[in-house]
Design a protein around this ligand. Sequence first.
Ligand SMILES: [Zn+2]
Length: 87
Amino acid sequence: MSEQSIKITQQDILEFIKKKSSVASPCNVCGASDWVLQDLHGIATTDKSGQVQLENLAGYAVVTCQSCGNSRFFSMRTIVAKLSSSA
Ligand SMILES: [Zn+2]
């Protein structure tokens, strides 16, 4: 399976991260629980249908606390592998 054949959406990525308890837990800096998935620039592009085309599997999906800016990094390689195996 080539990287280009993987069809996932940005929403899939966010849902995957949200399912993990670490991101649902409060920010360790400020205590807020308002996490947002950052732009996947340099990692992937999103086409008109909302599907993500991966450019760099070694990159990271970044979720940032809206309250203080604290950020968490998730391996795209792991996310894609997990999403692919559960599809
Ligand atoms: Zn915070």
